[in-house]
Design a protein around this ligand. Structure first.
Ligand SMILES: [Zn+2]
Length: 432
């Protein structure tokens, strides 16, 4: 083919050639693998196997099946055993090869998991074709990625269960100067059945999304020349799922523990004003410094400024100058007094001010920004907000996507595992 084409055009089309050569190498590889995967029938004295029912399964015949490997489709032929008592069949070779109940080799499944956590399944299957010359359906990428995500999620559930029942073992290691926990929630679009009976954000309208709770843990050892906190590079790990605050609290607790919660000199919980965040902080992370994200708090003031002075931007800015300074300086008592003194002749406005006064009063201790800054702590929850975009938004909130809760949770488990740099450990552990 190569020489024919050069003869016809007078030049080499390298791309066509490299693709053709790869394809030929795959075919040769698949032929070699198929040879390797012809298991002999067992010797006469090894024709019985214990069955899970307690009886004995006996060898019946050699059976073959197709398996897609990283060099293409191969045929595996291996002994089949059947239990005459419970009629359960088994292929011991499939267990050894890690191809039990699947038509994909471990190498291909790892690829499917890698693309499936990163991009939509249809795009993942195009990547598999281009990058690995493997023909797959989007459904196959989805099934494998979800199956692996489910296994990761199941291991995490076990860990959480153990953590709830027993004291967690102390994690040895260097002391951690400052350990941060941040939490946030973000909506993921779901199929109709997942929102039955759930109220949407707009009154009377059904919900179209379910909230993923995302948490992250990271560390800080130093600050810059201006005294601003610096995050330790690559120190962030994430956990996330669509679940109740109670379940999520346990999940984040286990993650914090893994990251050295017990040997952290200083512990900080950062979040917006959402009540569930502070409830979890009290319950699972007592003794941590609690900080309300400064930028959320400023947004609350902006909301008020716009209500007080609709369409009067100069007035809004002037009002903000005064009130934002009070906030930034942690003078919450003065801020609350100033808000209470505002003109509240309109009932709607009075209501809005009452709500905001409540927000600042409730969170006053979490807004001691000058004190936090003196300790060179972060006062913004930018890490978790970026996480909501990169970990969840980029993968789960693309247009036209509708998730089941189960599907979203398995892909999130898989995705967090990749983000946290733990996929290799998981994959090795399951082989062992
Ligand atoms: Zn049996």
């Amino acid at each position: 083919m190569i020489f024919h084409s050069r003869h016809k055009t007078g030049r080499l089309d390298l791309e066509a050639i490299e693709m053709a050569v790869r394809s030929a190498m795959h075919q040769a590889g698949a032929a070699a693998l198929t040879e390797l995967l012809q298991f002999p029938a067992p010797a006469a004295e090894q024709r019985g196997l214990p069955c899970s029912c307690g009886h004995q399964a006996s060898y019946r015949e050699l059976r073959s099946k197709s398996v897609l490997t990283v060099v293409g489709k191969v045929e595996v032929s291996r002994p089949y055993y059947l239990c005459s008592h419970c009629h359960r069949g088994q292929f011991p070779a499939d267990v050894e090869l890690d191809i039990e109940n699947t038509e994909f080799s471990p190498g291909v499944r790892r690829m499917q998991a890698a693309v499936g956590q990163e991009v939509p399944f249809a795009q993942g299957c195009r990547q598999m074709k281009l990058l690995a010359n493997l023909e797959l359906t989007a459904k196959a990428v989805e099934r494998t990625a979800e199956a692996i995500g489910e296994e990761i999620a199941a291991r995490e559930r076990e860990q959480i269960q153990r953590a709830v029942q027993l004291e967690l073992p102390l994690v040895m290691g260097e002391p951690v100067p400052i350990l941060y926990l941040e939490m946030d929630g973000t909506g993921v679009p779901v199929v109709k059945k997942e929102t039955v009976g759930r109220q949407g954000k707009t009154d009377g309208r059904p919900a179209h999304t379910r909230e993923v709770k995302l948490g992250c843990v990271f560390t800080q050892t130093t600050w810059d020349a201006q005294g601003y906190a610096l995050r330790d590079p690559d120190s962030t790990t994430y956990v996330g799922a669509i679940e109740t605050a109670e379940e999520f609290g346990k999940r984040l607790y286990v993650e914090a523990w893994k990251r050295g919660w017990s040997r952290a000199a200083k512990k900080v919980v950062l979040g917006d004003g959402a009540e569930w965040i502070w409830n979890l902080a009290e319950q699972h992370f007592p003794g941590a410094i609690q900080i309300v994200d400064l930028y959320h708090a400023r947004q609350h003031l902006w909301g008020l400024a716009r209500t007080l002075y609709p369409h009067q931007e100069a007035e809004q800015r002037r009002w903000m100058m005064v009130h934002q300074d009070l906030l930034d300086d942690g003078k919450i008592t003065e801020l609350v007094a100033a808000l209470r003194a505002s003109d509240t002749s309109q009932p709607e406005l009075a209501e809005k001010i009452r709500t905001e006064v409540g927000y600042f009063e409730t969170n006053a201790d979490r807004m001691r920004y000058p004190e936090f800054r003196r300790q060179h702590l972060f006062v913004g929850s930018g890490v978790i907000e970026a996480g909501c975009k990169t970990v969840i938004g980029c993968r789960c909130k693309q247009s036209g996507m509708f998730w089941t809760v189960r599907g979203a949770n398995t892909i999130l488990a898989l995705r967090c595992c990749h983000f946290n740099g733990r996929f290799e450990d998981y994959w090795e552990a399951r082989r062992a």
